[in-house]
Every structure is written in structure tokens, then in C-alpha cells.
Write a protein that binds this ligand. Sequence first.
Ligand code: SAH
Length: 439
Amino acid sequence: MLLRKVLLRGASASRLLISNKSPPASLLPLASGCTRFFSSSTQSEGPNDGFVAGQEGGDEQPAATITVDRSGLYHPPEHSHEPTTESELVKHLKGIIKFRGGPISVAEYMEEVLTNPKFGFYINRDVFGAEGDFITSPEVSQMFGEMIGVWVMCLWEQMGQPKKVNLVELGPGRGTLMADLLRGTAKFKSFTDSMHIHMVECSPVLQKLQHQNLKCEKVCNADENGEKSSVTSITGSPVTWYSSLEQVPSGSPTIILAHEFYDALPIHQFQRSSRGWSEKMVDVGEDSKLRFVLSPQPTPATLYLMKRCKWATEKEVESLKQIEICPKAIDLTHTIAQRISSDGGGALIIDYGLNGVISDSLQAIRKHKFVSILDDPGSADLSAYVDFPSLKHTAEEASGEGEAPFWEGPDELAPVGMGTRYLAMAIVNKKQGTPVPFQ
Ligand code: SAH
């Protein structure tokens, strides 16, 4: 938390750096979609590049040198057999752009970079801690997981101490938060006996690490749905792994925890242009490098942009030159609110974000340093501020009769030193009353 905060202080400077590296020219609309893969460097006016005829005469000077003017000819991309330093992920991204016949959204780029099943940033390694790329609150102090444990127990009390609760963690990282939560509550048998732990994690490497850190002694066996289950020796509670929330069984009260999960969800970026709002896309430039461009026509994400703008004041939108939206966060919050509404329980979402429209927050961090977003994708974390008002409006809309009301921790309630970007929000079933500490 502390280290992440120190990094955050430099965030605006780094974003400036990133935009400096992308000159305005690279953000111009695509002139012609189909020619941009052909390298102009194959055109050459130099005499050595001409076709040389009549050289059979040993040392004799050629009778005539004919230079072919290739400038009007079709130039296919250069085929180099030199070993390339391009990563597999970069090749994959370029492949998508090439075969799609056009650029991809920043959201698609972010999703591929973070969670591509073969090459994604989170997929094959442990990225946390001093040796990794960034550090998070549960990794700084065990008190973090213990405090979340107190919150979960308080909610469980308010829920009337149900005998079976699905305790779900989204994106558990190393599993440290859950391990500390369980250790901290282990003495309260009726609480731990009711807990069925569900870990939603896309990374096989992190799933394994979570299995170790939760001291799950039994070997994971995939059930008929392909889900892996085990039992944690910390409390004896069953633990199951999934890759998405939809796979977690419903029908029992559910408590959902999401710490620094939402900030990894893919965001779309829109930029104000002469045509109105245009989506920022990732394309391959003529130099064969990834670059940002603006979409010349409306994109599907425009629907979410319109929705987001309706939740903001006109003045708020007018003041912005760029807007970030996260349809995945909206859809996920809808699923969470509906589940809490039908099964009871609550959700605690803690993340870096704002209580307002997000303009330009996407950042890349490698080895605790800010880097450019397009630089060696897959080797740096990408994260964006969480748009808390969007989550609030989504939860309110999904709650229908008001079954899942929403509370948000206002900035002034944030403990001293936590900063004003590190926010918490709870969504609970209305029948259970207001959760601590949102009263
Ligand atoms: N909550 C942990 C880790 C935060 S990093 C902590 O605070 O330390 C984000 C976590 O979410 C990682 O475990 C990552 O592998 C996981 N993750 C990211 N995107 C995901 C997705 N779409 N589905 C499932 N897990 C995801």
C-alpha cells in the first residue's frame, strides 16, 4: 500500500511522459486502413539499390547501369529472416491487428497484455513484492487481511449467522489476504465452519501459490465442471478455484471481496476530437511499432460512454479532453449486485480510483517504475483508476426494488496517510442493514 502510494505520487508526471512520447501526429485518424503494414523503408532512392545489369565480364566495368524506379510499385512488407527480439505477445497483438484489418481498442490491448492465457502479465509468474513489479496492502502487513476478516465477520453477524456462506475473493494474487483473514478468524468456529471459500483467479501460477499459502494439503482435483477443490488446513474450510465469478455456485448467501481487482479490468479510452468523442485504439505504425491512433468511426464502446456521461453532470464532461470507461467493471458490478439481491450477503470493493469521471489514468509499472504503456507489453502491469460512481449507479440500477443498496467510503473518512485515491465501497442486501464502517 505504501509503496504503491509512493508510485502514485509520480503518476501524473509519468502520464505526462507517456503523452510526450506519443506525438500528436501518431494520434491522427487512420488515413488508409490497408496500407499501413507496408513498410515505406523498402523504397529507396540510393544508387546501390538499383538493379545492376551486365556484370559477367570479370573485373571489367559494367557496360551500363540501369536503375529501376520502384517508387510507383506495390511494396509488400519486408520479410526478414533475422532473429527478432519481439516477444510472443507483441507478435500475437500484431497478428490480431493485422488479421482484424484494423486497430484494437485499448481495452482489448489491456486484456491481452494482462490475461492472455499464454503470454499475459499475470499468467506465468508471481508479480508481487519487492522482487516483483508492485506491492499491495495484504503483502505489506497481515493486519490488512485480519481487518477484512473483522469486516466479513461483522457482516455475517448482521446476516444472522447463516450456516453456509460462499466467501468469494476476486483476483486473490498470492492468497495472502485470504490466509490472514482465515488465521485471524480461526478461533470463531461457528464462523469458519460456515465459510466455503471460492477463489476467482485467471492465473494458473497464482492459483498454485494461493493453494500453498492457504495451506491446502489435499491435492487439487478437478471436478466434473473442471473446477479444482481442496480444504485449507488453517480453518478446515473447503476452497475451490474458478476463472470467473459466473462459475461460482449461487443459492447461498455470498460475501465477495475485491482488492485491487477492478483496476486490472480493461478500460476504453475516448478522446475529444473535431468529430466529437473518438475512441483511442492501438495500431501498428509504418515503423512496425505499436502506436496509438483515433478511430475514425464510432465503436461499440460508445454505448457505454453515453451511459457513463448520463451519470455525470454536463459540466463535469465538458471539462474533460479524455474519458476512460470500463464496461467490464459495470457488467461485473451488475452480476455482483444481482447475486447479493437474490442470495443475500455483500461485497467489499477496495481499489485506487476516483469519486468522479476518470479522464486519463491508465499506467504501466515494471519493477516498481513507471514505463510507457506500449513498451514491451506483458512485462509490465497495466492498471487504471476505478470509476466508483459507475459502480454505484450500476448497483443501484441492478437492485430493482432497492434490494442491494450501496455505501461508499467518502474521502474524508479515509484514515490519515491512506491518501484520497484509495477508496472502499460496499454493496449489501438491504435487509441486513448498513454494514460497518459505513453507518
Ligand atoms: N488482490 C491481490 C492481487 C491484486 S492484482 C492483492 O491485493 O495483492 C490482480 C489479481 O487479479 C491477480 O491475482 C490477477 O491474476 C487477477 N486477475 C486479473 N484479471 C483477472 C480476470 N479477468 N479474471 C480473474 N483474475 C484476474
